[in-house]
Design a protein. Structure first.
Length: 207
């Protein structure tokens, strides 16, 4: 039950059904999810450990979004994406390459300008890349970081020509991984995430 309640609260935070800064009252959450306060308390403790909620007085609130958080997240993610790409170039299998190409083709063939649809196929590509690194620690950390980014409601993939840039960089990244060019893959992956960071900051500022 505790795990179920945790997953439901977490999904509602990530999907922004619970707003940033909103107080998380144990009694109210227990009523909302049809459970006792104990699994709610345990769920909030786990969400605090994941930094999706923060302490406020004697209770919790959903963490506010901020440009500082964007910079913090992307600083770490840029480094980890570079590590994943480098690892993929060094350790990829033919199956890994097949999965990367399939994910890229799904992106290229997507006939939609919807931000959520683009974000989903982009996530699938990046997860294929992470798993091609065969580094479970890196995969786990990147999945956690991705959770924080999707709290920001608008996808960077709808901003100006970002979609075209992403498709081009993904194609080049596959080529580098196929050639086992680990330094080149790392450099491009880091450049790719720096571009995403810059777009995210411009969007946050309303530019």
């Amino acid at each position: 039950m505790a795990t179920s309640v945790y997953e439901r609260i977490r999904q509602d935070i990530v999907a922004r059904r619970i707003d940033s800064g909103e107080p998380l009252v144990e009694a109210a959450l227990a009523s909302r999810y049809g459970t006792s306060r104990t699994p709610v308390r345990e769920a909030l403790y786990r969400l605090h450990a994941e930094q999706l909620v923060e302490r406020h007085g004697r209770g919790y609130v959903v963490r506010e979004t901020s440009p500082e958080e964007i910079l913090d997240i992307y600083e770490v993610r840029t480094s980890l994406e570079g590590t994943a790409a480098s690892g993929a170039a060094a350790r990829r299998t033919d199956l890994d390459l097949s999965r990367l190409r399939a994910a890229h083709e799904a992106m290229a063939s997507l006939d939609s300008a919807d931000g959520d649809a683009r974000a989903e196929v982009n996530r699938q590509f990046h997860e294929a890349l992470w798993r091609a690194s065969h580094n479970t620690t890196v995969v786990d950390l990147l999945i956690r970081l991705h959770t924080h980014l999707i709290r920001y409601p608008t996808s960077t993939l709808t901003y100006e020509d970002r979609w075209a840039v992403v498709l081009d960089e993904h194609a080049r990244l596959i080529e580098l991984i196929e050639k086992r060019d680990a330094p080149g893959a790392r450099q491009l992956a880091e450049h790719h995430m720096e571009g995403a960071r810059d777009v995210r900051l411009r969007m946050y500022a309303g530019q």
